[in-house]
Design a protein around this ligand. Structure first.
Ligand code: AMP
Length: 420
């Protein structure tokens, strides 16, 4: 016998007992995000590689090491989406969404691909939900999205979360700060890891993201970006924080938070969960005022975030019993006529009573079918034996109380309408 084939490292099957949790969370995302006036956008699974190079940044980890890119049979350089913002902005420009609405409040749930080193909470195919609000430069927009993200985690039952926030200023601020940081770090150059030495030349800000202990010590005394903010940057940031205070959203200002991607400006944030361990970021995002223009559109200030679904599931200890998925009825059929009738009754209860109804398709014994009904936690079992068929009746067993009664077949719908 040949050996069984296996999935690719860093990918996961979502098996039935897990997929109910996914469906539950997805339905909550749809509902909650709509409450804030956001509409869903769906973009293709792959795009031109150039889109990601231009938006995420040439010297980011994603672009240099992690993209699944290939040349297709027509010679096009394509990439499986490693993040969603670039695709949404591409679509926004291409479909002139800005002409249809002065502000576009969009959300998504999507599948992403990055060739990272797999570990708990980090996969090569993973899922994100997120927001892109395109069109407002005002701090209330930042605050709305921050509140949405924070409140969503609360709503879904996460308590041990921390919102970390920082401002990295506009383009000019970052230019000035980059030089200051470079001057500070240069004397430590030989102490830095190879990755950081590389970043020192290209984008020293990213060294602030380091998780390496001795580098964390070095940057402890580094100049702070907050001290380089322009007056406008400062007013914007203060105003965002005021809105958060007004809404009772707790936060921590983290001057080392810069986020990995190139397109951010001013507000950046992350929400972390203590229960996640090393990969503690539940979501991250910020303001990206230049991206729409960089991808060929008219300038449009924007704000967004992306949140990992796998990490959310890891952080949440979901009580499966809150997810209502048990069958209303399990129909036990015994013999050919009974099977026919079971299919008919099942269809009618699904259509007319909105019931979840399971029928046996293995022609098992009465005992085996009752065992299955129990295992699935069905609320009722309907038993269709020969005697019952003769009388146009079925037996109904309440699986909780054990009570059993007979009922005319043509009365079943109304019986269950009353007893549900
Ligand atoms: P990013 O797009 O890198 O800012 O990530 C946003 C969020 O997506 C993170 O906070 C994680 O929750 C999640 N995430 C990012 N990369 C991965 C990955 N490789 N595997 C699982 N979740 C991820």
């Amino acid at each position: 016998m040949s050996s069984i084939l296996r999935n690719i490292k860093g990918t996961k099957d979502i098996l039935p007992e897990e997929s109910i949790v996914w469906q539950y969370l997805e339905s909550k995302i749809h509902m909650f995000f709509k409450q804030y006036g956001y509409s869903e956008i769906r973009t293709p699974a792959f795009e031109n590689t150039n889109l990601f190079k231009r938006s995420i940044g040439d010297d980011t980890d994603i672009v240099t090491k992690e993209m699944y890119s290939w040349i297709d049979q027509g010679g096009n350089n394509l990439t499986l989406k490693p993040e969603v913002t670039a695709s949404v902005v591409r679509s926004y420009n291409q479909n002139s969404l800005g002409k249809k609405h002065p502000i576009n409040k969009l959300y998504y749930i999507d599948t992403l691909f990055r060739r990272e080193r797999p570990q708990k909470g980090r996969y090569r195919q993973f899922h994100q939900f997120g927001i892109e609000s395109i069109g407002s430069k005002f701090p209330e927009q930042d605050a709305e999205v921050l509140a949405l993200a924070y409140n969503f985690y609360h709503y879904i039952g996460l308590r041990d979360i921390t919102l970390k926030i920082n401002s990295i200023g506009g383009h000019n601020t970052r230019k000035i700060y980059k030089n200051k940081l470079y001057d500070y770090l240069l004397p430590f150059k030989n102490d830095l890891t190879d990755t950081s030495q590389n970043r020192l030349m290209k984008n020293p800000l990213r060294i602030l993201d380091t998780k390496v202990d001795f580098e964390i010590k070095i940057i402890q005394n580094a100049p702070r970006i907050i001290d380089c903010l322009s007056e406008e940057d400062k007013i914007h940031f203060k105003s965002v924080l005021n809105f958060l205070d007004e809404m009772d959203i707790p936060y921590e200002i983290d001057n080392k938070l810069v986020r990995g991607l190139d397109y951010y400006s001013r507000t950046v944030f992350e929400i972390q969960s203590k229960s996640l361990g090393a990969q503690d970021a539940l979501c991250g995002g910020g303001r990206y005022d230049n991206l729409v223009e960089n991808l060929g559109g008219k300038p449009q200030p924007s704000f967004g975030f992306a949140a990992g679904i796998e990490r959310l599931i890891l952080a949440l200890d979901i009580d499966q019993s809150i997810i209502e998925n048990n069958p209303d009825v399990y129909i036990v059929s015994l013999g050919e006529k009974s099977i026919q009738l079971s299919m008919k009754i099942a269809n009618s209860l699904r259509l007319n009573n909105d019931f979840i109804v399971i029928t046996d398709t293995l022609r098992r014994s009465l005992k085996a079918q009752m065992k299955e009904a129990n295992k699935l936690c069905a609320k009722y079992a309907i038993i269709i034996g020969d005697d019952e068929i003769k009388n146009n009746e079925v037996a109904i067993k309440n699986m909780n109380t054990g009570d059993q009664k007979t009922e005319k077949i043509d009365q079943l719908e109304s019986y269950f309408k009353v007893s549900k």
